[in-house]
Design a protein around this ligand. Structure first.
Ligand SMILES: *Cc1c(COP(=O)(O)O)cnc(C)c1O
Length: 407
């Protein structure tokens, strides 16, 4: 067995397809984000602007959040020192869970070390709690949900993306008496489109199914208190399990589910991914709680972010660039070629100090490679101007097609 050769082959396959991932070494500058320092492979450093982060509202440098982290750090020290079961449930974790239950108007919330783990652990434990469970999963669900469903080893059906007619067909084909769960997202972050929450809830009622929604890209961002798209649309009470992250709009780290007290108790008691791992550091839990609390009361950040996304989409479209139709805050620009996508991203960085990571397969389907911009309230007008001008020039230089101008 030549182990090295296997590794070489696996890596060469990625290089051949033009989708070998190169991670960028950066240091975000607290207080002046989206500015960051980029440490180049040759050791030189350069100031760049991050245009592809998920810290959508700049909460990672919010003084209220940082102060909460510092305070808890000095009160409780660095780590939690245990799993939730064995000495790792601190008052900071409990406070965060109360904040999240309140956010979603649910009886309980459970905090995990990430939303990935929350999805994976919860979805994989549900078939143990409901023997015979059938999971109906949207085809574009995030990798963490796919892994959860897979590890649950239950019967599963994939419904075509956002196609509620197909979902209905699948539900009709199932035995009315088997337990069912519909798993989907409120915002699909690579296309920026919304899931059909109300229609899914209607079908769930009709077929007596449970609903599981990933609101990772929506929490903090939508709804009058940042409870997500389901809050905005008045549908939170119709969802059985809401999943969210504390690492994107909330700018810290961690993930959670919000649900009934009984469901939370069962998941808490049975999910290995909740039980057998050290809980978040207390300072992180405190920072996340401060961020959630803050965004319940700061609608203006959401408004500014939505406005920035609208303006950026409009300006790129005005240049004839193929901005993908997205009603949400995400601005994806289709390049449709992994090699060109990487080249464009490299040149934006080298020539303009603009950092936008190319998005390739398997994150998105082959042939739909794209740049995904995430404007925020901390990207000012001048910064956006620079981006738009650079995209215009480089799109030309990279010989990429433009859309015919309309209007
Ligand atoms: C990022 C992401 C996750 C995972 O969230 P983390 O807290 O970063 O682990 C889950 N679902 C979706 C849709 C995501 O984009």
């Amino acid at each position: 067995m030549d182990y090295d050769k296997n590794l070489d082959d696996a890596l060469a396959a990625l290089h051949d397809e033009g989708r070998y991932r190169v991670f960028m070494d950066i240091c975000r500058e607290n207080g002046s984000f989206p500015k960051a320092e980029w440490k180049r492979p040759d050791g030189e450093t350069r100031e760049i602007t991050v245009w592809c982060g998920n810290d959508y509202l700049g909460m990672g440098q919010n003084p209220v959040v940082i102060e909460a982290i510092e305070k808890a750090l000095h009160v409780a020290g660095a780590g939690s020192g245990g799993t939730r079961n064995i000495s790792g449930t601190t008052i900071f974790h409990k406070e965060l869970e109360a904040e999240l239950a309140d956010l979603h108007q649910k009886e309980a919330a459970l905090v995990f070390t990430s939303a990935y783990i929350a999805n994976e652990s919860t979805l994989s434990v549900l078939p143990k709690l409901f023997p015979g469970l059938v999971i109906l999963s949207d085809e574009l669900n995030h990798a963490s949900m796919i892994e959860g469903v897979r590890h649950g080893r239950c019967e599963k059906h994939i419904w075509r993306h956002n196609d509620v007619a197909h979902l209905r067909e699948l539900l009709e084909s199932l035995d009315p008496d088997v337990p069912k769960l519909i798993a989907f997202e409120s915002i699909y972050s690579m296309d920026g489109d919304f899931g059909p929450i109300e229609e899914v809830c209607d079908l769930a009622d009709e077929f007596n199914a449970l609903t599981y929604i990933d609101e990772v890209h929506a929490v903090g961002m939508y709804g009058p208190r940042g409870g997500g798209v389901a809050e905005r649309d008045g549908l939170m009470d119709r969802i059985d399990i809401i999943n969210g992250t504390l690492a994107k709009a909330y700018g810290v780290m961690g993930g959670y589910i919000a649900t009934t007290a009984k469901m939370a108790d069962a998941v808490r008691s049975y999910a290995p991914g909740f039980i057998f791992t050290t809980s978040l550091p207390p300072a992180i839990a405190a920072g996340a709680a401060a961020s959630v609390r803050y965004l319940k009361e700061h609608q203006e950040l959401r408004d500014q972010q939505q406005e920035a996304a609208k303006v950026l989409k409009m300006r790129l479209k005005a240049l004839g660039l193929p901005v993908m139709e997205s009603e949400s805050h995400i601005v994806p620009v289709l390049v449709a070629d992994p090699v060109k996508c990487k080249r464009l991203s490299d040149r934006l960085l080298e020539e303009s100090g603009i950092y936008v990571q190319p998005i390739n397969y398997p994150t998105v389907p082959r042939g739909t490679e794209r740049l995904r911009f995430t404007p925020s309230p901390v990207h000012d007008a001048e910064t956006m101007d620079h981006l738009v001008k650079s995209m215009d020039a480089l799109w030309h230089n990279c010989e990429l097609a433009r859309l015919p101008m309309v209007g």
